[in-house]
Design a protein around this ligand. Structure first.
Ligand SMILES: Cc1cc2nc3c(=O)[nH]c(=O)nc-3n(C[C@H](O)[C@H](O)[C@H](O)COP(=O)(O)O)c2cc1C
Length: 370
């Protein structure tokens, strides 16, 4: 059974000219394919597929014109905006067909590579073509369009812990409901759903929470010395009073009774479940333009007493929420040179802890996204 797309072979009258066109104008990368039969060609990879350029000085491709029909030999690519992409190609002197509006409103056109091989371009915004950005397995049940996949990844990559630039405007109930329902749809050990959400708008309660924070933060600063202590004190680690809403997300460690499926061996899986709920809320909030700041600089018992939590319920996350003027593009702790994002390559092991650095192709793909 076929399991995936492998490559397209494309003739090149002049290999150097074609390689330069596909790499510098179309964004492909040259790759090694040590497994392929010897031939006078070059392998390229990009946009989810591979091309095998094969040198053939006698090849004469087709000419272009608006009469070019899709039943001629060609391959097809997708772009988010065919008109913009056509302008880009025109600026690079690439031969183009006219734009061909389709009945569904999508735009299509052809261009030719240096050997005259026609390439069809489709506008994926309007025409629901298969995903190319984050190509799914062709038989997998992913029903997400490329735009929907993009949105999921965008929320993940652009979610930030936001500590400033909050607007005072309250979060409407409709929106708050979406955030809370998103949190409530998180996975949980044994479907335990150990979370509760304490919505805190009352300014006096928030002032009291801030006091608890200030005390814990002063203690935390005392754990550093010299310049490091100064730098710690300069970090902003909460937005308790600047945000219109705080939410304390708790874990009821007794919910579901004595035996919860999957929790007998790792007792803290109830806490992990609450963290998953927070992450759901955080991602949903990012997509709604709502900033979230997670504050954990508290003596937990002080927070528990203040919020009158029952004995078996502990505070897991104290969140400050509000609309924000802008989202930072990088983690605040990185911007302040406190700590950098680690290299993901160095965190990947193969089969056993001791085996690292074994999958160059995976690392190349990771490096493209990092
Ligand atoms: C469990 C947990 C506790 C955190 N506690 C705090 C905190 O007390 N104060 C704060 O400003 N940020 C806190 N954060 C946010 C992290 O500092 C932040 O996620 C990290 O620096 C990466 O930045 P980013 O969220 O913008 O990607 C916490 C995050 C997590 C997951």
């Amino acid at each position: 059974m076929i399991t995936g797309f492998h490559h397209v072979s494309v003739p090149a009258r002049n290999l150097g000219e074609s390689v330069s066109f596909y790499t510098s104008i179309l964004g492909f990368d040259a790759v090694e394919r040590p497994d392929h039969l010897p031939s006078n060609g070059v392998w390229l990879e990009g946009h989810g597929f591979q091309l095998h350029l094969i040198e053939d000085p006698s090849y004469h491709g087709v000419g272009l014109g608006n009469t070019l029909l899709p039943d001629k030999r060609h391959f097809a690519v997708s772009v988010p905006n065919a008109i913009l992409f056509r302008t880009y190609l025109a600026e690079h002197g690439v031969p183009l067909s006219d734009l061909m509006p389709l009945s569904n409103g999508a735009q299509q056109f052809f261009f030719a590579d240096p050997a005259g091989t026609p390439i069809e371009v489709n506008d994926i915004k309007k025409e629901n073509l298969p995903a190319t950005t984050y190509a799914s397995h062709p038989l997998s049940a992913s029903e997400f369009s490329p735009a929907e996949q993009d949105a999921v990844y965008r929320a993940i990559f652009e979610r930030r812990d936001v500590r400033e630039n909050y607007l005072p405007d309250p979060i409407p109930e409709k929106l708050l409901a979406r955030l809370l329902v998103s949190a409530h749809h998180a996975p949980s050990v044994g479907f335990m759903q150990p979370w509760d959400f304490i919505l805190i708008e009352d300014i006096d309660t928030r002032r009291a929470v801030k006091e608890i924070f200030l005390k814990a933060n002063a203690n935390a600063a005392g754990r550093y010395s010299g310049e490091q202590a100064e730098r710690y004190r300069s970090l902003k680690l909460e937005s308790i009073l600047e945000t219109p809403l705080n939410i304390c997300v708790t874990c009821d460690r007794a919910r579901g009774g004595e035996n919860v499926v999957g929790r007998d061996t790792i007792r803290d899986t109830d806490l992990y479940s609450v963290a998953m709920a927070v992450q759901n809320l955080w991602l949903a909030a990012r997509s709604e333009g709502v900033g979230v700041c997670w504050v954990s600089v508290f003596e937990p018992n002080e927070l528990k007493n203040l919020l009158e939590l029952p004995g078996q319920v502990i505070p897991v996350a104290y969140l400050c929420l509000g609309f924000v003027r802008n989202f930072p593009t990088e983690p605040d702790l990185q911007a302040k040179k406190w700590r950098k994002r680690l290299s993901l390559r160095e965190l990947i092991h193969h089969n056993k802890w001791s085996s690292q650095g074994a999958d160059l192709r995976l690392y190349q793909e990771i490096d493209k996204l990092f």
